[in-house]
Design a protein around this ligand. Structure first.
Ligand SMILES: Nc1nc2c(ncn2[C@@H]2O[C@H](COP(=O)(O)OP(=O)(O)OP(=O)(O)O)[C@@H](O)[C@H]2O)c(=O)[nH]1
Ligand SMILES: [Zn+2]
Length: 461
């Protein structure tokens, strides 16, 4: 099959040659092989029912050094990996692996020449021009052709490069959203990435600036777009809405659409996807302390640090009246953040503990949510994230102790398992708990933010 005269295509053609399947560490993909009019061979890796949907699409430029050899000079390999994973988590999407794009279209050996110049201090843009070559010689007609062949005209693009979006749009593809893959920089590729941002219009810096301001407790002004704007919309209110006494209490939970945080065997891995995980890490970075129940520490052995984004680690507060979390738990053995281990008056705890662990004994009534929040505020932790599990978050919810709750639902039905939000509830639906809400799409998950402190109290009759 060949596509001719697609919009903006001129005389170029793309030919669908073969279809097979590719099992990978990110799952099984349908794989379609194409040949373009210049003889370049490309592949599309596909999951799910993409025709007529608005799938995630990664148009990935071939990079032998990064993709196959694991080079840290660029971020290509990690971007490829992350995009396959994201698509696999969402269950729908396409990665187009574009051959002939090596070295931004100048070829492998010329790229290595450019590397040799960069070894002498020239940046990636000047290296190409010093060699008498274009800074970026890629065209994206093959990708437009492949998408049209796959029946895809509207996409969400995984890329930090606005030029890719413009090229696909000029080829007749509607790009409804574009976001980068948020790969952590390495010392080896930091200046390459900085040059892409400074001289090749790649996004990154504004979003990182905005995020840094938010973690420092300020909301930057000025016009921003893309991820920077999204971060401001999502987290700006958290930074602004702190109460006069400096307190802010937020809850978060990821659960299945039918309300379970884990299966009946306790399997809780990846209920919600990587975007929700990133959101959770952002919430952690915005608070002084994360609160977690002993059952969740025992079941998940969570680290509770900020790893998916830049930002400070909060203090880890473990609610453990009977002192039952395992001594080998990450919160007790990993010193990446301080741990405040709150135990009952009678609980038995080991005499010698790692330096980052502080034990504080509380009377049974001090484990009541509002009393706990007073204890934490007194210790200098007014901004608190209640992170799990279902029982702990529900307790804080029922005690009206949460200013906001982020409840992310994954489109899966578990049937039976460890419950998410459960509380006494009301007899009449008209009395059900509600508040102003905002909704965020995290991949295939939907996060609902309940803003309880903005709710108008029901007048007492
Ligand atoms: N000429 C040259 N090409 C490079 C260099 N480093 C990486 N590349 C190539 O650049 C291409 C990837 O382009 P990038 O600018 O890293 O990213 P992008 O594809 O434009 O944007 P994203 O979609 O966000 O990944 C690959 O083909 C790499 O082989 C370099 O220093 N010089
Ligand atoms: Zn690369």
């Amino acid at each position: 099959m060949s596509i001719e005269s697609a919009p903006g295509w001129g005389a170029s053609q793309i030919e669908r040659v073969v279809e097979t399947v590719l099992p990978t560490r990110h799952g099984v993909f349908r794989m379609v092989g194409y040949r373009d009019s210049e003889g370049n061979e490309h592949v599309a890796l596909i999951q799910g029912d993409i025709e007529g949907s608005v799938p995630l699409v990664r148009v990935h430029s071939e990079c032998l050094t990064g993709d196959a050899l694991g080079s840290y000079r660029c971020d290509c390999g990690e971007q490829l990996d992350a995009s396959l994973q994201r698509i696999s988590e969402e269950g729908t999407g396409v990665v187009i692996y574009v051959r002939g794009h090596e070295g931004r279209g100048i070829g492998l050996l010329e790229k290595l020449r450019a590397y040799a110049l960069q070894d002498q201090g020239v940046d990636t843009v000047d290296a190409n021009t010093t060699l008498g070559l274009p800074v970026d010689a890629r065209d994206y007609q093959q990708s437009t052709g492949i998408l049209l062949d796959l029946g895809v005209t509207r996409i969400r693009l995984l890329s930090s490069n606005p030029a890719k979006q413009e090229a696909l749009e000029s080829g007749g593809i509607t790009v409804l959203a574009r976001s980068g893959l948020n790969i952590a920089q390495r010392p080896e590729n930091a200046s390459y990435i900085a040059t892409k941002r400074a001289r090749m219009r790649h996004d990154g810096e504004p979003a990182q600036d905005v995020w840094r301001h938010l973690t420092e407790g300020t909301v930057p002004q000025g016009s921003v777009h893309g991820l920077a704007a999204e971060l401001l919309t999502r987290y700006g209110p958290l930074v602004q809405d702190t109460r006069p006494d400096g307190r802010l209490v937020i809850g978060q939970l990821g659960q299945s659409l039918d309300g379970f945080i884990a299966s009946r065997t306790g399997d809780a891995r990846f209920v919600t996807g990587s975007e929700d995980r990133e959101h959770l890490h952002r919430l952690r970075a915005l608070v002084d302390a994360v609160v977690i129940g002993a059952s969740t520490v025992t079941a998940d052995d969570c680290l509770l640090t900020v790893r998916a984004v830049d930002g400070p680690n909060p203090v880890r507060v473990v609610l453990d009246p009977s002192g039952r979390i395992p001594q080998g738990s990450a919160v007790l053995t990993d010193g990446a953040a301080p741990t405040l281990w709150l135990v009952g008056l009678e609980a038995v705890v080991p005499i010698s503990l790692a330096e980052h662990v502080t034990v504080r004994r509380l009377a049974a009534e001090d484990f009541e949510p509002r009393r706990l929040l007073d204890v934490l505020a007194d210790r200098g932790f007014p901004r608190v994230l209640v992170e799990g599990g279902g029982h702990t978050v529900s307790r804080f919810l029922e005690a009206s102790a949460l200013d906001r709750l982020y409840l992310t639902c994954a489109p899966i039905l578990v049937g039976d398992g460890v419950p998410g939000i459960r509380f006494t509830g009301s007899d009449a639906l008209s009395d059900a708990l509600s508040a102003p809400v905002r909704r965020f799409e995290f991949g295939r998950d939907i996060c609902t933010e309940f803003h309880f402190s903005a709710a108008v109290p029901t007048p007492v009759a």
